[in-house]
Ligand binder design. Structure first.
Ligand code: GLN
Length: 453
């Protein structure tokens, strides 16, 4: 099979399915086929296993010459003049970008319903959300449009949609992958990662995109292990911790059952499983929404109607340009976060909100460090419920925020975390089980997820 044939087959799938699913905001067909022909002419280097492989990219990762919108009206005509570091790294492996996937506007949300380009549908049941914010990437993989996609995870946006779509998704350690060219939401939390059907494909793509980058001062200067070397290894003797806070009130019984089944599987494979406690879990959601919104309010200042994208018409002064462009360009959820963040950072409120949240963050981090002194992995559910109906929660932001309780702690602590498929609910919706490990120990996650698969 030639690369052109593979890319053509991929677009056939996308064209057949995406009218219903709406996973993609922008397709890159002409450029993808051109690159396929170039690769066919040059010949594929067998050593670069990713060469010629079609991938989808979340639309908050900038792609040179290919429209990048963050699913926002304010950027709906924005064509970046440079590549994110991850895109340069994928280019070096000769992968093929087939298109940009839908997300909640600026990655703020958990259902892809806040996108300016309309909701993405869950391929398992079209009236259900695909999760979010990387809902487009997850749905594209689950629908069989691509084998893998890049996503981003600030508070669960890779793991939660992976769980809702029955696929694997990994958020690496904060700093493992460069954030250069990722449109910043919560800079101290944001991390690029991978969604794929198989664990191995995620290991391969993560190998390609990891590593220190001079453009990102928070990227970690440490050697990147070959994540595929973690595959096919035994979990015998591995110590797994299950936090009781993750299995209690508010978790759907089908999900508790799936997690218990996963525990039994790991025990059968030779791991030991203990119940532990992460007592500060209950403060994670409020702390996260203050920190993420504060950082967002600062990061989104740059969208002023002048430097990028959309500019309002009928403006009569500079203030008018700012106010009208931002009022018309941003959606409700983004505005809510900007207001919340501006409030919690303002003089007189800083100590009560932002500073408190930062202190809570430290306590949550210490909760994890303590567990990882004695255990290799933490296992629990990825989400409290399976995918819910489109329109069901979008009008109630607080309920929406509370749903992130199981994924947010890993971002606050900066540790790697993944969701792997672990069966179905009685209603036939996929369930995800989450694995977390200590900083830079993605290897343990890959070993366990591969053994489970
Ligand atoms: N649902 C969370 C939020 O709305 C997480 C989003 C994300 O990880 N990008 O902030």
């Amino acid at each position: 099979i030639t690369v052109r044939q593979l890319v053509e087959a991929t677009f056939e799938q996308i064209e057949a399915k995406d009218e219903k699913i709406n996973a993609f905001v922008t397709l890159n067909k002409a450029a993808a086929l051109e690159k396929a022909d170039a690769l066919d002419a040059k010949g594929i280097d067998e050593a670069t296993i990713l060469a010629g492989i079609p991938l989808a990219i979340k639309d908050n990762i900038v792609t040179k010459g290919l429209r990048t919108t963050a699913s926002s009206h304010i950027l709906d005509n924005f064509e970046p003049v440079y590549n994110a570091t991850v895109m340069d790294k994928l280019d070096a492996k000769d992968t093929i970008t087939v298109g940009k996937t839908n997300l909640d506007e600026f990655a703020m949300g958990g259902s892809t319903e806040t996108s300016y380009f309309g909701v993405t549908r869950n391929p398992w049941q079209l009236d259900k959300v695909p999760g979010g914010s990387s809902g487009g990437s997850a749905a594209a993989v689950a629908a069989g449009e691509v084998i893998a996609a890049l996503g981003t995870d600030t508070g669960g946006s890779i793991r939660q949609p992976a769980a809702f779509n029955g696929i694997f998704g990994i958020k690496p350690t904060y700093g493992r992958v460069s954030r250069w060219g990722l449109m910043a939401f919560g800079s101290s939390l944001d991390q690029i990662g991978v969604l794929s059907r198989s664990v191995k494909d995620s290991a391969l793509v993560l190998n390609a995109i990891s590593g220190q980058d001079a453009h990102d001062g928070t990227s970690i200067d440490t050697a990147v292990p070959d994540f595929t070397a973690a595959l096919g290894q035994s979990v015998k003797g591995m110590k797994i911790a299950v936090p009781k806070e993750y299995m209690g009130e508010g978790i759907d019984p089908d999900i508790v059952a799936a997690v218990k089944a996963a525990i039994a599987t790991f025990e059968k494979l030779g791991a030991t499983v203990d119940e532990v406690t992460l007592p500060y879990t209950k403060y994670a959601v409020p702390a996260y929404y203050i920190i993420a919104s504060s950082e967002a309010s600062s990061n989104l200042q740059r969208y002023d109607g002048i430097r990028y994208g959309f500019r309002a018409k009928d403006v009569h002064s500079l203030d008018d340009v700012y106010i009208k462009s931002r009022s018309e360009g941003f959606g409700d959820e983004v505005k809510r976060r900007i207001m919340l963040g501006t409030f919690s950072l303002s003089a007189g409120y800083y100590d009560a909100y932002f500073k408190k949240a930062a202190q809570v963050r430290t306590l949550i981090k210490q909760d994890f460090e303590k567990i990882f002194e004695t255990h290799d992995l933490i296992l629990g559910p990825t989400t409290p419920t399976p995918a819910y109906g489109i329109g069901e929660k979008i009008t109630d932001p607080v309920t929406m925020y509370l749903n992130d309780i199981l994924t947010i702690p890993a971002n606050l602590a900066g540790i790697p975390a993944a969701s792997m498929p672990a069966g179905f609910s009685k209603a036939g919706l996929p369930i995800g089980v989450q694995l977390m490990a200590k900083t830079l120990n993605e290897t343990a996650i890959f070993t366990a997820a591969d053994a489970f698969e």
